[in-house]
Design a protein around this ligand. Structure first.
Ligand code: MN
Ligand code: MN
Length: 418
């Protein structure tokens, strides 16, 4: 179905609510989509078959029109590929909060997991390290980050909205909110089962090391050892630091400065692809060498525009929606396809090589991140594939003659305007 109102939840809701009356009045002739098989529900019963007279969670139903009344092309049993940080437990403590979407919440996502974190001005995410590589995108405010290299050199840098960082697995690091109001950011880890609550914390290690060993190892007195934290800190308030240059100087200046940069200005870079449908900024190890195992794209879609039909050959895709609303259909082969709705702060997932598109169904720009457990970004455009083939081959497959085939865009567009 292609009606303008197809994905307007309010229109569809009132449509459903009016269905019974409309049918009894004999005035209901629109091709209303069926939830499942065309062969089971006869045409004359379609509209009333989709009526929904029992209990309904209106907030959820209205937010998820693609599940509530799927396009008739959807078919088969496709695992859910949507979750929202707004359903996750928010661990709030003095200095900020954190919440996560991992394989426990979104079982289909085995390769990547995400964390959403807020630090107030001066507050820290405690010094720590972990098993997974960490990729991050700043959603709000600014922060200072540090990461130590095995050769003893240290990176200290400031990040603001639209910047990202990458910390290799096992490398110890810190994050601190800066003024005036700290920060909020998204973290992405290249392990689906990663848990933000299982990281290696400085305080935790010291608490669980014999005091005698700490005295010997750190050359501290008993009185000094007694000052060390007796509970894990994790997120806690601190003092807003001075200038970045002051911090760099205080640790030894250029003699100990990391040769590798672990931050990158993603939103500020020139778009990798741009056209009237929107744009995409692609960041992988080719432009940001530190990012060895996570590739990314920041995509903006204008209202009505489509992130074109495509797939990725080398990795599954984990998505985070920053702004707007849209829908995505994932084609899972063997007759299976499912459409789900996405709004700001939602997470999406696409299994490796599965075909998909994303459509902006809202009135503002749809902005989202695509993440891949890979050193490089790669995708196949359906349009480009078709146009690279001899026209006779397309005529035999799609029954379009060479003139008709030419209306299909010949190049990869990434985004396609309304
Ligand atoms: Mn970390
Ligand atoms: Mn994709």
């Amino acid at each position: 179905m292609a009606s303008e109102t197809t994905h307007d939840p309010l229109n569809r809701r009132s449509f459903l609510g009016a269905a019974a009356a409309a049918i009894s009045a004999g005035a209901f002739a629109a091709p209303f989509a069926m939830a499942q098989s065309k062969t089971v529900i006869s045409k004359g019963e379609q509209n009333h078959s989709a009526s929904n007279p029992g209990p309904i969670n209106k907030s959820i139903a209205n937010q998820n029109p693609s599940s509530e009344l799927p396009p008739e092309e959807d078919h088969g049993d496709v695992s859910p590929f949507w979750y929202s940080f707004d359903l996750s437990h928010r661990r709030v403590q003095d200095g900020g909060w954190t919440r996560q979407v991992t394989e426990k919440d979104l079982p289909i996502s085995k390769d990547l997991a995400g964390v959403n974190m807020r630090l107030t001005a001066g507050s820290y995410r405690e010094l720590h390290w972990h098993t997974a590589n960490e990729w991050a995108f700043m959603l709000y405010g600014s922060a200072r980050v540090t990461v130590l290299n095995p050769d003893g050199t240290i990176f200290i840098g400031d990040v603001a909205k639209g910047d990202l960082w990458y910390f290799p697995a096992g490398f110890p690091h810190s994050i601190q909110g800066l003024g005036p109001d700290g920060c909020e950011f998204l973290l992405v880890f290249d392990e689906g089962s990663f848990s933000e609550y299982q990281t290696f914390l400085l305080s935790d290690w010291l608490i669980h090391t014999p005091k005698e060993i700490i005295r010997k190892n750190m050359h501290l007195t008993d009185a000094q050892v007694a000052k060390l934290p007796d509970d894990e800190e994790y997120i806690f308030p601190g003092h807003i630091p001075g200038s970045l240059e002051d911090d760099k100087r205080a640790v030894g200046g250029s003699a100990v400065e990391s040769k590798v940069s672990y931050t990158f200005r993603m939103e500020a870079m020139q778009p990798t692809e741009t056209n009237s449908g929107g744009d995409a900024r692609i960041v992988d190890a080719s432009v940001f060498p530190a990012s060895k195992n996570i590739a990314s794209a920041l995509v903006t879609l204008k209202p009505g525009a489509v992130r074109e039909l495509h797939w990725h050959p080398q990795a599954s895709e984990w998505q985070y929606y920053i702004q707007g609303s849209g829908r995505m259909t994932v084609f899972a082969s063997a007759g299976k396809a499912r459409t789900m709705t996405f709004n700001a702060n939602d997470v999406g997932f696409i299994p490796a090589v599965a075909g998909h598109y994303i459509e902006n169904t809202g009135t503002e720009d749809l902005i989202f991140l695509e993440l891949f457990k890979s050193s490089y970004y790669a995708d196949f455009s359906l349009n480009q594939w078709i146009r690279r083939l001899p026209p006779n081959m397309i005529q035999d497959h799609l029954h379009l003659d060479s003139t008709e085939t030419k209306s299909i865009p010949a190049e990869k567009l990434v985004t396609i305007a309304k």
